[in-house]
Design a protein around this ligand. Structure first.
Ligand code: PLP
Length: 634
């Protein structure tokens, strides 16, 4: 556990159990030992067709943990409730979940259900997000907020007004000044009185990677001048009472409470000013930004870490709002936050298999082949070889390295010119590897090939270099003997993981083997990827999403129950997403198979029957694009 810093990034949800496997603690600190869920057992249940009740589904796998999701929501809520109570704050906290972080239907439905007792709502940033938020909130608490952010056209605004008509507690947040005219016009036309918010462009700037949208030059929000214009216009049309919410977002992964308090304090001043100007303000919406400590370092100067706890975050927000409002004798507003990353990151674990390694094997060089090699080399290469041998006998390591490089380079050149044969070149490679290994200069880092697409499942790693904790989910009672990097299935040099938390350029890994706790298989987990990764993933090389299972804690013999299992998109599905028509493709290929068999007079019962070919084709369309592991292969 210490090697992979699991206590740092994983607590209180992930730990290593007595079998050396990673266990989920679904209720965080309140989890009892018998409630812990062993991730390897989930993988076996889901993937093994032979185990009793095994589902025989293909990896990679996303394990969703609704109990963890619930615990995150409740922890956020109780952190704010505690801060509100201890500071004598005279209003309440009422958060919303920005669906962009993970729009999966069951994630959003769970959040609405779990958050309903404390009026937890949703935030949408586009028309389809608004549609899904509207339909999910129909089954939620009517007081829950539905915050409409993002750039809007008339259709978006009309939809938000309709949502209000449907008695959903909808707020249209102005991101651009021009949106106001549309809101005024459409609300009159539809005879629906809107609740309006403004997104302020704060002067407070978050300087990390995720803060590029903050500050005066940020992409979103209204400047001070624009906010004043909005107030005047609303006043002119008799709608200033509709302005009720102030929103800002200084960026994701806010590193410190000092920066947070600075931003919240500035926004609270604007809030008080809007009240002074006559708006009927009710809510201060502090946006997202509550961070995740991906490497467990608690550092305030890194994009992947944060220097505060949930409790410290909530306390800093409540204190900053209260301080400003008290000085201005302003009634305390409802505090809303749009935390996405902090709510959904922990609840899903991506599990994938390492299928092979670039195992470093030195071919046995018999004295005979060595002699053949040396005798066949051109004179200059033979001279290099003799110098290398002499240096090796003298034990001069640096000189050995020099001559192995020289010998190799020379032989490659001569191979290109045709004066060295392919067997000689292979033997030179082997000899040089042998020497490097003998003098301890061989590159000790191996490449583990993983049955995964980085582009589909960890897009932020490829896109912005974000690091996530990646750890074997079993064999953690065994000291890893190898350092490795991961290489995915795509034929793209960026499809690799060669940077890891803690500034490491390789990961401690175990030797792949035939036996062991995984039945010879080696499974790795990527943790804390529940936010953004699924929403951003693409289909590079037509690798679609993983299989997804929903796993709840249960008091049964396994301490868990798989409550939903959805296989990942098949080859046919991903082809369809690119406008191909798998059914037609299948028919064309089947027809071709029949023609081919007919022309070659193969009888239908033969090995190459048309039906057998069609069956193989159908399986290929129906299976996922990922590698089928040997034991689950048909
Ligand atoms: N609200 C807005 C307006 C955002 O742009 C974002 C994300 O960037 C969020 C909320 C969610 O932020 P986070 O995931 O950091 O909580």
């Amino acid at each position: 556990a210490a090697l992979y810093k699991i206590d740092g990034w994983g607590a209180p949800y992930f730990c290593v159990n007595s079998s050396g496997n990673i266990s989920v603690r679904p209720y965080g600190p309140e989890t009892l030992p018998h409630q812990e869920i062993d991730l390897l057992k989930i993988v076996k249940k889901v993937s093994d067709p032979k185990s009793s009740g095994g589902l025989g589904l293909q990896l990679p796998l996303i394990v969703r943990l609704p109990d963890v999701l619930k615990n995150r929501l409740e922890s956020l809520q109780s952190a704010f409730e505690c801060a509100i109570q201890s500071q004598g704050y005279e209003s309440h906290y009422q958060g919303v979940y920005p669906v962009k972080c993970n729009q999966d239907r069951f994630v959003v439905e769970d959040i609405v259900k779990f958050g309903s007792p404390f009026r937890f709502g949703l935030e949408a940033g586009s028309k389809p997000e608004l549609l899904l938020a509207m339909s999910c909130l129909c089954r939620g608490n009517p007081e829950s907020l539905l915050v409409c952010n993002g750039f809007k056209d008339g259709e978006y605004i009309s939809l938000a007004l309709v949502a209000r008509k449907l008695a959903l507690n909808t707020v249209i947040v102005l991101e651009q000044e021009e949106e106001l005219d549309l809101v005024i016009e459409l609300s009159k036309k539809l005879c629906i009185r809107p609740v309006i918010g403004v997104r302020a462009k704060l002067r407070t700037k978050h300087s990390g990677h995720f803060g590029s949208t903050s500050g005066e030059k940020g992409k979103f929000g209204l400047t001070t001048t624009q906010i004043l214009k909005v107030v005047r216009k609303l006043e002119q049309v008799g709608m200033l009472d509709c302005l009720q919410l102030l929103h800002f977002h200084i960026g994701s992964q806010i590193p410190s409470t000092a920066l947070l308090a600075d931003g919240v304090g500035e926004a609270a001043q604007i809030y008080c000013e809007l009240i002074r100007l006559g708006a009927h303000m009710q809510v201060i919406d502090i946006g997202g930004g509550l961070g995740i400590d991906y490497d467990g370092s608690k550092s305030t100067d890194s994009d992947i870490s944060i220097g505060y706890t949930l409790q410290e975050y909530a306390a800093a927000v409540v204190q900053a709002v209260r301080y400003v409002c008290d000085r201005k004798s302003t009634k305390h507003p409802v505090i809303c936050s749009e935390s996405g990353r902090a709510i959904v990151s922990h609840h899903s674990v991506l599990i994938f298999e390492a299928v092979s390694t670039s195992a470093y094997e030195v071919p046995a060089l018999s004295p005979l082949s060595l002699q053949y090699l040396v005798e066949g080399l051109p004179d200059d290469a033979r001279a290099d070889y003799n110098s290398l041998s002499a240096a090796a006998i003298r034990g001069e390591h640096d000189t050995c390295l020099l001559y192995t490089d020289q010998l190799k380079q020379r032989c490659v050149e001569q191979f290109k010119q045709g004066s060295v044969g392919i067997e000689q070149l292979a033997a030179v490679d082997a000899l040089c590897d042998l020497v490097s290994k003998a003098i301890g200069a061989a590159d000790p880092v191996r490449t583990y090939h993983v049955n995964l697409s980085v582009f589909t499942s960890i897009p932020d790693l490829w896109g912005i270099g974000q690091l996530f904790p990646i750890v074997p989910i079993h064999r953690l009672d065994e000291r890893p003997s190898i350092r490795g990097i991961l290489s995915d299935l795509t034929c793209d040099s960026d499809g690799k993981v060669d940077k890891f938390i803690g500034g490491e350029t390789s990961l401690p890994l175990h030797e792949l083997q035939g036996g062991g706790s995984g039945g010879g298989k080696y499974y790795l987990g990527m943790f804390l990827g529940g936010a953004y990764e699924e929403a951003l993933g693409g289909v590079h090389n037509l690798f679609g999403g993983p299989t997804v299972v929903r796993v709840s804690q249960s008091d049964g013999p396994h301490s868990f129950a798989v409550t939903r299992a959805v296989p990942g998109p098949s080859c046919g599905d991903v082809l369809r997403a690119m406008q191909h028509e798998p059914e037609l493709m299948f028919d064309t290929l089947k027809h071709r198979a029949e023609e081919f068999i007919h022309q070659h007079h193969e009888d239908d019962d033969g090995v190459l029957s048309a039906a057998a070919l069609a069956g193989a084709l159908a399986r290929s369309f129906n299976n996922m694009p990922y590698l089928v592991s040997a034991s689950s292969c048909c």
